[in-house]
Ligand binder design. Structure first.
Ligand code: NDP
Length: 791
């Protein structure tokens, strides 16, 4: 007690200040006179056209960085392109040694990197020191290993070229590591743009590249604003874009690069659920909440920002949580006892305040502990919003700050429904002592990462990435490496991007006496007339009328998507049962081989026997894969496992080509079926009849209703409807270049995953092995389920 009868910090066991030294970091900044250029072709450019980067904890200027012009970006890409020629050809062992050297150097400089990160970003030193930098180091070590051995896992695959990488401000060096390590390991070169507010550790890393003697041009780092990012993404010599950031910018990048044939991976925002069941270890779950939403001030794409608590424990859990909130330390991020540091920028702080105010206006009850707020800098207290409900903006919009909403649930089924009620799908945490319940819930959540009795665990060996509007592609693990390698391109590839001309029906067709029956659409397991009531005439190669098919329209597509969405049976069947049905389909087709051969001959004028034989083999091929396209177990560095599960994407639209109309249809549709997707297919516009003859095969093979739906008609307009439909999760398009571009552009509505042929032709008969497996990857997304065990 002091003389005023008040307890002092010493007497109540409060932490004393324990600040980390900034001396080395400031010395490093001063060495460049706090002014930085870009890192292009192995050298730093002179600082030019500079802007300030601030310490968000004080608002003071740390350094001035150069804002790249389009010319700078061009130079960086040129240098990446020229370095690619040699970098891709050096031995795997040599590349591995370079990446290993980077890992060693990051590790050696981990303290100064941690301090720089904290100064520039505002995150607590405890986190940059114990999480960001060690994870970045681990990423380089792990990928040094991959550089040596990836060719054994991905035989025949090649690096892509110069990769454009755009990263955000929440985990600056870690995001750089997630991007650069796998790109370099697989023989690519990079042009990376850090976020405007957090470029310093990337510039420090550039110096490490010089020290590690990374060949000039392999790594290029340009600083600047969003414009710089868009110049990188739109540059014609960029082969792939790897982006982490907001869903809005992700959408923009997809739209602006549509039809260019660039690979793109998007790691976007989230609104992740943190589910606490009544049998959970509540004290552990409370610590889980702290790590989930107050780690990095909640500026985490996978932050558990929606707390879902089972009704019976809600009161107790929330009162424990409030007590815990009172004990969080907010303040100087450089202090080792700080739990919550500064928000990265004044703009982000303003955004958080605005969203919380709107939540209160909508009726949410706010709880904030009485913490002493620093007088300067951008700080926001840990915040709990109670009495919220799902339809509130605050429960749907990503806040990217230390703000948690609470919604109660009664049953596991309701918990899943609430968790999935989000346009995002990045991650979820499940807290229960009943492992059966946890493992039952995990596959039902539409997210890319699930943590059971844990949260915010990351590792270089386990892929990270989202479902739905949280983006696509994975970073880390084998699934992440694949993104930096070529996909098998068709041997019959038509290199020019020119549009393949559509078949124009002849003006005056010669009619045959006997007209085949009018076909129907296939929706929800039933044959149906088209909504329009109109039919389209189908002619053979001699211009004779050989049949009529329904002219499907928007309403038919809507019905088909609805049927596919409702049809849960196929996905939930065991893989063995799915395989049985596909084998049975092959068996049924075998009985009608001759009829199908005749239809192909009648439509195309070509002998259809070989195509039907190949079709049978293809169905058998995908039936065989149905119970063998298995996930893997990642060897994560904790006591536990991460199960990488290959899950179906959901409702898949497939637009089929004219070439080999039966075989290409079967390749695409059966591969997507074998991985558990439900399908809306549009057969070849010119040669649709044989796909329609498959109805009986589906019906007689016990395929559940709604699993496969087939709509005939004008491909361009039907594709447009499918591409804009919010209920379609992925769209595969095999038509002309213009259609491919349209599909990619329209896919941004709900960020559906796309696979387009860019107007190139694939070889469907006897395709090489790689093509036979490619659709399996395209039809699935990896969910990583983390299961720690032990004490
Ligand atoms: P942005 O998506 O705006 O920025 C991410 C990166 O993209 C930055 O390097 C940014 O540059 C760059 N960029 C911005 N505009 C363009 C463009 N038109 N073309 C190419 N690149 C561009 O995210 P912010 O950092 O501004 O954060 C906004 C919101 O995004 C957050 O509130 C949060 O909701 C979300 N977010 C999600 C992250 C995640 O990990 N999933 C990470 C960060 C943010 P610059 O820094 O100059 O703006």
């Amino acid at each position: 007690m002091n003389q005023d009868n008040k307890t002092t910090d010493n007497e109540n066991f409060a932490y004393g200040p324990s600040p980390e030294s900034t001396e080395k970091a400031f010395t490093w900044l001063a060495k460049s006179k706090n002014n930085f250029g870009h890192f292009i072709g192995g050298k730093f450019t002179n600082p030019k056209n500079t802007f300030k980067t601030l310490n968000p904890a004080t608002g003071k200027v740390l350094a001035r960085l150069s804002n790249a012009t389009e010319e700078d970006v061009k130079k960086a890409v040129k240098s990446g392109k020229s370095a690619f020629k040699t970098w891709k050809n050096i031995s795997s062992f040599q590349r591995a040694k370079y990446i290993y050297a980077l890992a060693r150097l990051i590790q050696k400089n981990s303290r100064i990197l941690a301090v720089l990160e904290t100064l520039d970003n505002g995150k607590p030193i405890r986190e940059s020191r114990d999480i960001d930098i060690p994870l970045a180091t681990r990423h380089f070590y792990h990928h040094a290993g991959w550089a040596k051995i990836y060719k054994h896992k991905f035989p025949g695959k090649e690096p892509l070229g110069v990769i454009g990488q755009i990263i955000p401000w929440n985990f600056p060096l870690l995001m750089l590591a997630w991007k650069i390590a796998p790109a370099l390991a697989t023989g690519n070169t990079v042009v990376l743009k850090p976020a405007e507010t957090t470029s310093l550790t990337a510039l420090f890393f550039a110096e490490l590249c010089i020290e590690a003697k990374i060949p000039a041009g392999v790594v290029n780092i340009v600083t600047g604003d969003g414009k710089t990012g868009s110049w990188i993404a739109n540059h014609k010599d960029i082969s792939k874009i790897a982006f982490t950031g907001s869903t809005e910018v992700g959408r923009l990048l997809r739209k602006n690069t549509a039809g260019e044939g660039k690979k793109i991976t998007l790691e976007l925002g989230g609104k992740s659920a943190f589910l606490v069941f009544e049998d959970a270890d509540l004290d552990s779950a409370i610590e889980g909440v702290v790590d989930s939403i107050w780690f990095n001030q909640g500026e985490v794409c996978c932050a558990g920002s929606r707390l879902l608590v089972q009704e019976g424990i809600q009161k107790n859990f929330l009162s424990k949580l409030k007590r815990r909130m009172e004990r969080l330390h907010l303040g100087n991020p450089l202090d080792k006892s700080t739990d919550i540091g500064a928000i990265n920028s004044s703009q982000q702080l303003a955004k958080i305040k605005k969203l919380v105010a709107s939540g209160e206006k909508e009726g949410a009850k706010i709880y904030q502990p009485k913490l002493k707020m620093p007088a300067e800098g951008f700080f926001y207290p840990p915040t709990l919003l109670e009495e919220t409900h799902q339809s509130m903006d605050i429960c749907q919009t990503e806040i990217f700050g230390p703000v948690l909403t609470v919604i109660p649930f009664r049953t596991p089924k309701e918990a899943v429904a609430i968790a999935n009620n989000s346009r995002y799908g990045l991650s979820a945490s499940i807290w229960t002592e009943n492992i059966n319940l946890g493992l039952d819930i995990a596959p039902r959540l539409k997210v890319g990462v699930v943590w059971i009795n844990s949260t915010n665990l990351f590792d270089a060996s386990a892929g990270f990435g989202g479902y739905r509007e949280s983006g696509y592609g994975r970073e880390g693990g084998m699934e992440g490496l694949r993104e930096y390698l070529t996909e098998p391109i068709a041997p019959e590839k038509n290199k020019s991007k020119k549009t393949i001309s559509k078949h124009v029906p002849p003006a005056l067709p010669k009619q045959r006496n006997r007209i085949d029956r009018t076909r129907k659409l296939f929706i929800d397991g039933k044959q149906k007339r088209s909504d329009s009531g109109y039919d389209r005439k189908i002619f053979n190669s001699k211009n004779e009328l050989i049949g009529q098919v329904p002219d499907g329209n928007r309403k038919d597509i809507r019905d088909a998507v609805e049927a596919a969405t409702q049809a849960g049976k196929w996905k939930n069947m065991t893989a063995h049962n799915r395989a049985q049905i596909l084998y049975y389909a092959a068996e049924n087709l075998e009985l009608r081989k001759e009829e199908f051969s005749n239809t192909i001959q009648n439509m195309t004028g070509k002998d259809g026997r070989h195509e039907v034989e190949s079709t049978l083999e293809t169905i058998f091929h995908y039936a065989a894969w149905a119970d063998k396209f298995e996930g893997i177990i990642h060897d994560i560095p904790i006591r536990g496992v991460s199960l990488a599960l290959n899950e179906p994407i959901g409702v898949l639209g497939i637009v089929c080509p004219d070439k080999n109309p039966l075989l290409s249809f079967v390749h695409l549709v059966f591969s997507a079926l074998c991985t558990g997707n439900n399908i809306v297919a549009i057969p070849s516009e010119r040669f649709p009849l044989c796909a329609l003859d498959l109805y009986q095969i589906f019906e007689s093979s016990d395929m559940p209703a709604g699993t496969i739906n087939i709509i005939t008609g004008e491909q361009d307009s039907l594709t447009q409807i499918l591409a804009s439909h919010m209920g379609v999760d992925a769209l595969w398009y095999f038509g002309d270049g213009g259609g491919s571009k349209m599909v990619e552009k329209l896919s941004i509505s709900n960020l559906k995953q796309t696979w387009v042929n860019d107007g190139q032709e694939y070889k469907w008969i006897e395709p090489f092995k790689e093509l036979m497996e490619l659709p399996l990857y395209k039809g699935t997304q990896v969910k990583n389920v983390w299961i720690p065990y032990g004490e």
